[in-house]
Every structure is written in structure tokens, then in C-alpha cells.
Design a protein around this ligand. Structure first.
Ligand code: GTP
Ligand code: MG
Length: 202
């Protein structure tokens, strides 16, 4: 259970991220997919991470401290990838920031790759997950904005996504279905993180 959540620091590069032994979990995905909103939903604080209707809001690596003492862990809000309007230079800069964080952050226990449940599988997300696989970065998939589609469409889209994944992956990753708006799937996410923490001896 999340008792407290506090902003710690924003960084432009993994090299300056907090030196700590806390297990760390990060949210990643396309710009505007709902990373910051989901962080706020699971922490029960709409003002914790900055959100926006316009893509490209989060531009740094943001650390949040969840709980204190023996139960403490870090939750990280990352910038989105692939936002066209920011221009190639900015896009490349963010991609380097994301890639370096994923590869070099030793405290990172699991990455949550957020996918908008309304869309067909997108090449950019599939390629990003393949890159994670090649680099042995553990990840789970979190479908977002589930409140924006009907139940039938939702399960159709998710089945379709799973089929697409199985074209390249032997096994499916852990999958969550969430709505930050309706606070759905948030408890499952937190339980999952806590179960990993328990396995780590936290
Ligand atoms: P960047 O920081 O730009 O990469 O975006 P982000 O992935 O952090 O997205 P953010 O949380 O800022 O949300 C983008 C927009 O989607 C905002 O207008 C949110 O209100 C909206 N949004 C996020 N999650 C949900 C959801 O579960 N349901 C609905 N209906 N809207 C959502
Ligand atoms: Mg954001």
C-alpha cells in the first residue's frame, strides 16, 4: 500500500540520479500515453507529477519517494518517446536520456511500458520493447485510458495486442489494464510492485 509519495528530484541524465539502494520502478511510453497521470492515480495525489493535454510535458527523469523506512521505494516518471512535433533534435535528446536510464540505472527493478489501449499496436512501442528484450531490461505492459473504450472493444484490442506480441515473443509479459481517470488497475500495479519488493527482501 502507498502511504506517502513525495517528489525527490528531476534530472537530465541517469548519471546525476539519486544514489540510493531503494528498488526503483519506472513508467515509460509514448508521449501523452498517461505516464504522469497514472503515477498520480496510484499515489492518490493529482498534483504529484505534472500532466498535460499536450504531449511532451515530462522532459526530465523525475524521482518520487514512495513510503518511508523499510517500505520505501522509488517511482520514476520518464519523458515520453516519439513525439513528432518536438523536432528531431529534441526527440533524439529524449531518446538518449531514456535509453541511458534504462541501460545504466542499476536500481531499476522493472520498467512499466504504457500503451494506449485505444490504438492498434504501434511500431515504435513494439520496437522499444524488442530493444528492452535485447538489453535484458525487465518490463511489464500497462494499457492506459481504459475508460475511453467500451468493454468489448477493450478486450478485442488487448487480445489483438497479445497476438501481435506473440509473433516476436515466446512468452507474454505481465499485463495490466488501467484507467487513471477511474483509478482502475492501480491496486494491481501496486500489489505487483510490492510482491517484487517482498521477493527482494524489502
Ligand atoms: P508526456 O509527459 O508528455 O510524455 O505525457 P504523459 O504520458 O505523462 O501523459 P499525461 O499523464 O500528461 O496525460 C496526457 C493526457 O491524457 C492528459 O490530458 C490526461 O488527463 C489524459 N489521461 C491520462 N490518463 C488517462 C486516463 O486513464 N483516462 C483518460 N480519459 N484520460 C487520461
Ligand atoms: Mg508526463
Amino acid at each position: 500500500m502507498i502511504h506517502t509519495a513525495k517528489f525527490v528530484i528531476s534530472n537530465p541524465d541517469v548519471a546525476t540520479c539519486p544514489q540510493s539502494n531503494l528498488p526503483e520502478y519506472a513508467f515509460i511510453g509514448r508521449s501523452n500515453v498517461g505516464k504522469s497521470s497514472l503515477i498520480n492515480a496510484i499515489c492518490h495525489n493529482p498534483k504529484l507529477a505534472k500532466t498535460s493535454q499536450k504531449p511532451g510535458k515530462t522532459l526530465l527523469i523525475n524521482h518520487f519517494l514512495v513510503n518511508e523506512g523499510a517500505d520505501a521505494w522509488h517511482l520514476v516518471d520518464l519523458p515520453g518517446y516519439g513525439f513528432a512535433q518536438t523536432g528531431q533534435k529534441q526527440r533524439d535528446k529524449l531518446r538518449v536520456m531514456i535509453d541511458r536510464y534504462c541501460l545504466m540505472r542499476q536500481q531499476l527493478v522493472n520498467l512499466f511500458v504504457l500503451i494506449d489501449c485505444r490504438h492498434e499496436p504501434q511500431k515504435i512501442d513494439l520496437e522499444f520493447m524488442e530493444w528492452l528484450g535485447e538489453n535484458e531490461v525487465p518490463f511489464s505492459i500497462v494499457f492506459t485510458k481504459a475508460d475511453k473504450v467500451g468493454k468489448g472493444r477493450l478486450s478485442e484490442n488487448i487480445d489483438n495486442y497479445k497476438r501481435t506480441l506473440l509473433e516476436t515473443w515466446e512468452e507474454l509479459p505481465t499485463i495490466f489494464i488501467t484507467s487513471a481517470e477511474k483509478k482502475e488497475g492501480t491496486e494491481e500495479l501496486v500489489n505487483y510492485i510490492e510482491s517484487i519488493n517482498a521477493d527482494l527482501g524489502k
